[in-house]
Design a binder for this molecule. Structure first.
Ligand code: NAD
Ligand code: ZN
Length: 368
């Protein structure tokens, strides 16, 4: 097996991140190095549980763990206070102590919820993340951000809690529904845009041969390394980690205007990256032709690059979303493919510039 390892090193604990086709079979062995206790509760959701729970439990039991599991309903609604309490109760019911282990087997919803439950249960016990969606493999499982949604907004309660181990097995993505794969690809394209022009070129090649499991493994490995590098330099998200928000300012606004669930996060980010690249070009900050290259790649992964929303729509959502009127807005632009910069804008100037950009993104009428 072609296995790769990297680490997140932080005052709050270190993460060992293992990427390999077939790595799920090593879950027990890797988990055993992380904790003294031999009780484990695997948290999963109904979809992933049906597909991948048995091999995960078998690997843990072969390594000497008394392994139990809980399968939650799939979907964002499960990232709630109610299910957090259910997990605390479940861990207690299984007799988990502070030296035992939680395993999160699933996408970002399971990872964030089980992560927060493990960060808070008995003031914190260890967690191993086994991300099973592309988004979770390249983004949410690495970096230690955990949390739940509250009735008045997403991700409003949470904690930084580094997973002891992250086991990334790209082969589990074979069962991922194609729209969810495309959604994760938006974040993958983002890494190419902000940090690695070679990755971007590899993605252009991969789009022509999407069944290439070895190419996909190498792409995921690269994304994991970029995320780990950024987190190692800025764990608490006060500086460089913000570059990961490329495409997300407009993307989050579109998600908000449309209503969560009506457009996927990845689709909104694809539109947001298109807007950010075009904005950069219109300001002379991004070389001409950059946006066209990004749009062409996004389209090959079945991601949208057009929108009927205007700058007024986007601004209303953006300003309602924590940024205060009158203050500068920080926007991530590309100085070239592979390099991102944070640029402060006066809100009026940004609104004017976005007006022109979005007017040019209305496509053929089938856009979101
Ligand atoms: N903590 C972070 O740093 C961070 C970063 C980005 C996103 N997030 C969070 O991640 C969440 C989104 O994650 P997501 O996109 O993985 O959503 P998700 O967990 O809902 O998974 C998407 C869907 O795919 C299914 N699925 C997952 N793996 C599968 C597989 N291998 N085979 C078949 N089906 C599978 C799930 O059951 C679900 O229906 C959001 O709540 C977001 O806030 C967190
Ligand atoms: Zn994102």
């Amino acid at each position: 097996m072609n296995t790769f390892e990297t680490h997140v090193v932080s005052p709050r604990g270190n993460s060992r991140i293992v990427v390999g086709n077939g790595a799920l079979a090593r879950l027990g062995e890797l988990a055993a190095t992380a904790v003294k206790g031999r009780r484990v509760c695997v948290v999963t959701d109904a979809n992933v549980g049906n597909l991948h729970l048995e091999p995960a439990l078998a690997s843990l039991r072969a390594a000497g763990f008394a392994a139990e599991s809980v399968a939650l309903p799939a979907g964002e609604k499960t990232k709630s206070v109610e299910w957090l309490v259910t997990l605390w109760n479940t861990f207690n019911g299984y007799g988990l102590t502070r030296s035992d282990l939680v395993v999160a087997l699933g996408g970002g919803v399971v990872g964030d919820l089980a992560g927060f439950a493990s960060a808070t249960y008995l003031r914190g016990c260890a967690i191993v993340q086994v991300p099973t969606s592309l988004l979770a493999q390249v983004d949410s499982s690495v970096g230690g951000k955990t949390g739940i949604d509250l009735p008045f907004g997403k991700n409003l309660a949470g904690a930084f809690h580094q997973p002891a181990v992250v086991v990334v097995d790209p082969l589990v993505l074979k069962t991922l529904p194609p729209p969810r794969f495309a959604e994760g690809m938006a974040e993958v394209v983002k890494y190419g845009c902000i940090a690695d022009d070679d990755l971007f070129a590899d993605l252009e090649a991969f789009a022509g041969n999407p069944g290439d499991a070895e190419a996909l493994r190498a792409i995921i490995q690269r994304c994991v390394q970029i995320k780990a590098d950024v987190v190692n330099r800025d764990e608490l998200d006060t500086g460089e980690r913000m570059l990961l928000n490329f495409g997300h300012t407009v993307g989050h606004a579109i998600e908000k205007v449309m209503g969560y669930g009506y457009i996927s996060h990845g689709e909104a980010v694809a539109i947001g990256m298109t807007a950010a690249a075009r904005l950069g070009e219109s300001l002379g900050a991004t070389p001409a032709g950059t946006a066209a290259r990004i749009e062409a790649l996004l389209k090959r992964f079945a991601l949208p690059t057009t929108t009927a929303f205007t700058a007024a729509d986007i601004f209303e959502a953006m300003l309602a979303d924590k940024k205060k009127l009158g203050k500068q807005i920080h926007f991530i632009l590309l100085s070239t493919i592979g390099r991102a910069v944070r640029r402060p804008f006066d809100p009026d100037a940004l609104r004017q510039a976005l007006d022109g950009v979005l007017a040019g993104m209305t496509g053929d009428g089938t856009e979101v």
